[in-house]
Design a protein around this ligand. Structure first.
Ligand SMILES: [Zn+2]
Length: 417
């Protein structure tokens, strides 16, 4: 069977034919060159307007990298024609296997982009004998296409979150679609300012913002004001995950401070290696951690009083009615304010300040899944941890969209991977 026969099956082009195939002996990487010719009598398509026109002249042959076969690079060689277009003047023709000035064929770029979701970008580059930049450009093109063709008509609930990346010095603002079964990333912007979130929401467009019924976020004040302004029709919910995260941070702070104090006063270092005993829910503890926790509860430590306050608060989420939950919240915050543990008092003050938004959680119950933002937040961390060579925010954004955007792809004759 000829290579031509295979190509005609996986990448047929109506107005072009595959010609001679030969080894390219000049290069290090084994390479097959496949000639392409325009079908006799066919007229070139103008790249400006997409209309066929009379041929003007022919440029020098160019190489277009195609999907490799058995670790052998495959390159198309074709001399592009120029069209004498009635509307656009003299223009280079448009060919179906490649768009723009890319040296990579469209199917090869989709091929690289698909692999870039499974492996790190540098791994993809080294396996397929191409450069990191080519992989990056392929992902960029896939993301651009996907963003242009995605359907936002069913977005009714948004989750808003921020992540630290690049050694924790930079932030990205993320907007998720948490309406349906399938959660996805909708928008990303640099920093975590009002402008960041506004950029995300403007990018989605006013019609999308208008159809949003629920929005779930943390207590970051820059976000709160933009949400109030741009998503005024939606019920704004402070996310359970983010609220409990504040408790975790408070416990960490209390424990660290108390550990230092015990050491300073010459007491037994009972709190060392207790971090996870306090942070995890009791039902998730290992046997060893449970024993340690039971041991710690015998001491009248600030850390343990704070721990019990947090465990007490978990009950809040079980209420069915906002009014009961509200009463519980008031009682709990009063208790916490009397605890004389500053980080816990800080949590209590924060809960009081955002009482209404927190109680909205009960109004949205059943409408949005409570774990959605947390689940996506974990996935984002996985993507950023994988080494994609995130040198710039632009690359970080591309990788996040590519992995979590659930972006559509064009129909193709053949799936290469
Ligand atoms: Zn034209």
């Amino acid at each position: 069977m000829h290579l031509k026969t295979i190509l005609n099956r996986i990448a047929p082009h109506k107005s072009f034919v595959y010609g001679k195939t030969r080894w390219d002996e000049d290069v290090e990487w084994p390479t097959l060159e496949v000639e392409i010719q325009a079908r006799a009598g066919s007229r070139p398509i103008c790249s400006g307007c997409g209309q066929r026109g009379p041929g003007y002249d022919r440029l020098a042959p160019r190489r277009f990298e195609f999907v490799p076969l058995w670790q052998i690079a495959v390159v198309f060689v074709y001399a592009l024609r120029r069209v004498e277009c009635a509307t656009c003047g003299v223009k280079v023709e448009q060919v179906p296997w490649c768009d723009g000035k890319h040296p990579l064929c469209t199917s090869y770029r989709w091929f690289l982009a698909t692999w870039a979701r499974r492996l790190s970008w540098s791994e993809v580059a080294s396996i397929f004998g191409t450069s990191w930049d080519s992989v990056c450009r392929s992902v960029e093109q896939a993301v651009e296409w996907g963003l242009k063709h995605r359907d936002l008509s069913h977005v009714t609930a948004l989750g808003i979150d921020e992540i630290a990346w690049h050694k924790g010095h930079n932030y990205l603002t993320l907007v998720y679609d948490i309406s349906g079964e399938v959660k996805r990333l909708l928008a990303v912007a640099e920093e975590r300012t009002e402008a960041s979130l506004r950029e995300c929401l403007t990018g989605l467009g006013q019609p999308v913002c208008d159809q949003v019924q629920f929005v779930c976020s943390d207590m970051w004040s820059a976000y709160l004001s933009v949400i109030g302004e741009c998503l005024s029709k939606a019920v704004h919910v402070l996310d359970r995950f983010h609220i409990m995260q504040k408790f975790g941070q408070a416990l960490d702070e209390i424990r660290a401070e108390e550990t230092r104090q015990l050491k300073r006063d010459g007491y037994e270092p009972v709190l060392t290696r207790s971090r996870w005993c306090l942070l995890k829910r009791p039902e998730n503890l290992t046997d060893q951690q449970s024993v340690k926790l039971a041991e710690l509860l015998k001491y009248n430590l600030r850390s343990m009083r704070a721990y019990l306050l947090r465990e007490d608060f978990q009950q809040f989420w079980e209420y069915a009615r906002p009014s009961w939950a509200g009463r519980f919240l008031d009682e709990w915050t009063t208790k916490a304010m009397r605890s004389r543990i500053e980080p816990m008092k800080k949590v209590a003050r924060m809960l009081r300040r955002h009482r209404q938004l927190i109680l909205n959680w009960f109004r949205a119950k059943g409408e949005i899944s409570s774990g959605a933002v947390e689940g996506l937040n974990n996935k984002v961390k996985l993507v950023t941890r994988k080494s994609y060579g995130f040198r710039t925010a632009k690359v970080a954004k591309l990788a996040l969209f590519h992995n979590l955007g659930r972006l559509p792809e064009p129909e193709s004759t053949h799936r290469f991977c």
